[in-house]
Design a protein around this ligand. Structure first.
Ligand code: ADP
Ligand code: GN1
Ligand code: MG
Length: 369
């Protein structure tokens, strides 16, 4: 996108000062994010985050924005009870709307840029992992009493694991890009575990695990930290905040914090599941998520297995379908991503007993039996 277009988009928003710089920002796989600098006549500078909402992924961007507005309004009522937590500030358009749809059919929104914080794609510090788990648990806690109506499901069936499995089978069957043979081992890996995909969903359907309002995309780079205290001060990427299972949030956090390698690491031998990070995640989560019922605590280890498995299935499906969903930066990145996830799954299968022992220890320490 050229600067002229960015300037046009920016002119729709009620920002302070004149834009002086727009830089692509972050490493998210879905939206296009820009950091915007502006300057007022007296030299005062401001920073904003401009985002193009990926409307191929979020088919109803207006519903995404409605959810975000309600989420942010609700979080603002909690500010006093949760000092130190910074919330995203939505920048309205000059017509007081929460986003703009440009003539070319693209959807744009703006936030105040949260400054002086740090984000991680990969983290090796257990204190940061502990704080991240606390941050996401606190987010779930703050959202628990959101008044009705139910939030929109911005991506229907987002964490519906049997549906994800069925979509993979369909993609492998249709094989529109002729790639199925090349990833036959990965498809077999999934098939040999298909009896596990509906486990949490079944417990939910039986009423054993409750629906909550969850973030649904708790990868570590969606949390922002104070570099000195290491505390998680903000949770961003609210596009998928909707009804879900708390365990999906916990599992996704482990997926990105316990992996010793990058998500796209081509050398799977360097992928290990770091049980020290797992302990930090469990501990931070259980110390904060006092609302969890025993069945949820019981399934923490399973959720840490399920999320890399499911995200691996999604990367594999996207590769078979021609890399249309996740942003990729080189031709077989989705294959590398999928293999990384499946290696993590394998590591977790080997560490199951130790992981259960960690949960038991942390549950005791957090005052649960
Ligand atoms: P995507 O859906 O593509 O992942 P995100 O909303 O997560 O997009 O934004 C990408 C990255 O930009 C985030 O991971 C976060 O590190 C950073 N980011 C997003 N919003 C802000 C903000 N308001 N202030 C500072 N950094 C932000
Ligand atoms: C995407 O948007 P981002 O990069 O924070 C994806 C998640 C995946 C993740 C894998 C809306 O997250 O579901 O787990 O990539 N977000 C969406 O890294 O699909
Ligand atoms: Mg993100």
């Amino acid at each position: 996108m050229d600067d002229h277009t960015i300037e046009e988009i920016l002119s729709s928003f009620a920002i302070k000062g004149h834009p002086t710089k727009a830089t692509p920002y972050g490493s998210g796989h879905i939206n296009d994010t820009f950091r915007i600098l502006t300057e007022e006549a007296d030299g005062t500078q401001h920073q904003y985050t401009l985002q193009r909402i990926n409307h191929a992924v979020f088919r109803k961007p207006q519903q995404v924005m409605d959810n975000i507005e309600r989420t942010l309004a609700h979080l603002s009522t909690k500010a006093k009870a949760f000092p130190g937590v910074r919330s995203l500030g939505l920048v309205r358009t000059k017509e007081r709307r929460n986003c703009v749809r440009t003539f070319d059919g693209k959807w744009w929104r703006m936030y105040d840029f949260i400054d002086g914080v740090i984000s991680y794609d990969n983290v090796r510090d257990p204190d940061v992992v502990y704080e991240a788990a606390r941050g996401f648990a606190q987010f779930q806690n703050m959202m628990a009493d959101l008044p009705l109506p139910r939030l929109h499901e911005t991506i229907p069936y987002f964490h519906h694991t049997p549906m994800r499995y069925a979509t993979l089978e369909e993609a492998a069957y249709l094989d529109i890009r002729g790639r199925a043979q090349e990833v036959a081992a990965e498809i077999d890996f999934v098939r040999s575990r298909r009896h596990l995909v509906a486990h949490l969903l079944n417990r939910y359907l039986r009423g054993q695990i409750p629906e909550r309002i969850t973030h649904n995309d708790t990868k570590i780079n969606n949390a922002l930290f104070d570099p000195e205290s290491k505390r998680c001060v903000a949770v961003v990427d609210l596009d998928t905040v909707m009804p879900g299972l708390a365990l999906y949030d916990f599992g996704d956090l482990c997926r990105t914090t316990c992996n010793t390698a990058d998500e796209s690491e081509p050398d799977t031998d360097s992928v290990h599941f770091d049980i020290r990070m797992f302990e930090a995640a469990v501990s931070g989560y259980l110390d904060t998520a006092h609302f969890l019922v025993p069945a949820e605590v019981q399934e923490l280890v399973f959720s840490a297995w399920l999320l890399p498995f499911m995200v691996g299935v999604r990367f594999l499906t996207d590769y078979l379908q021609g890399d249309t969903y996740f942003k990729t930066h080189y031709p077989k990145q989705n294959v590398d991503r999928c293999r990384t996830q499946f290696r993590l799954v394998k590591c977790i299968e080997d560490l199951r007993e130790e992981m259960h022992a960690v949960v038991q220890r942390c549950a005791k320490a957090s005052g649960r039996s």
